[in-house]
Design a protein around this ligand. Structure first.
Ligand SMILES: [Fe+2]
Ligand SMILES: [Fe+2]
Length: 248
């Protein structure tokens, strides 16, 4: 496992450091949200707030099994800290919503789908689903930042993106390491399935968060492209690592 994920110590330090320095909105940041903005972002933000909430029970179990199998206890600690960080995101978003009287969402079908799949999953599948949500969330939070003049929300979006970038970097490293141990055919199939799921999720996010994304200047094709670029950057096609006989 150590060979499987050479930077695990770096990741452990990263998450330990973040746990000691929780994200805080700096004092003095203005917190004015217009009625129009509230109307535009309210429900959409509530869905993402719900998505950030993680009891983490099934992830913890999957990580414990995986860590035991690969004799890598540090993964358990990383997962514990990761879950705390996500809970912090949910809290920051909830506080912002409460500031502006935006109703929290208790249930959302897209959230249920993500949770349902994850519950069934082993560690690899769990992380695949998680990274799908986070890669798309990063495009979404950047879009959200551009549709509001509210300084607090803008700072919050940047904080969330900064943390999520580290999450997807960790998770993609983990997934690529796990997948690289598989035969090429299996890697191709897994990649194709993941891409299909990712594409479906992107379409669903487009439809369900249309207002914010459209206001941010996206069209369906540009949104799909932005999300796809995230996938390519972090998860690369297995062909990229395949030995090639052709000359470029
Ligand atoms: Fe998060
Ligand atoms: Fe995350």
């Amino acid at each position: 496992m150590t060979a499987m994920l050479p930077h695990i110590k770096v990741w452990l330090d990263h998450f330990e450091y973040h746990a000691l320095h929780p994200r805080k909105i700096p004092e003095g940041v203005t917190n004015l949200l217009t009625e129009d903005e509230k109307h535009l972002i309210g429900r959409s933000t509530a869905t993402f707030q719900l998505g950030e909430q993680s009891e983490g029970g099934s992830l913890m179990k999957a990580a414990q099994r995986f860590a035991a199998l690969h004799n890598e206890p540090r993964l358990v600690r990383i997962t514990e800290l990761f879950i705390k960080e996500e809970q912090q995101h949910a809290t920051l978003l909830r506080e912002f919503m409460e500031d502006h009287g935006i109703a929290l969402s208790k249930r959302d079908w897209t959230d249920q789908v993500f949770r349902g799949v994850r519950k069934l999953a082993d560690y690899e599948l769990y992380v695949s689903v998680l990274i799908t949500a986070e890669l798309i969330a990063n495009v979404y939070y950047r879009a959200l930042e551009t549709v509001t003049g509210c300084q607090k929300l803008r700072v919050l979006c940047r904080m969330l993106v900064a943390d999520e970038l580290a999450h997807v970097a960790f998770e993609s490293e983990m997934l690529l390491a796990i997948r690289s141990k598989r035969p090429m055919l299996a890697r191709l199939v897994i990649d194709a399935l993941h891409r299909s799921f990712f594409f479906g999720a992107t379409c669903v996010v487009w439809v369900t968060h249309y207002g914010v994304l459209r206001r941010a200047g996206y069209r369906l094709d540009t949104f799909l492209r932005a999300c796809h670029a995230q996938y390519e950057f972090y998860l690369k096609s297995p062909f990229v690592h395949a030995p090639t006989t052709s000359t470029p």
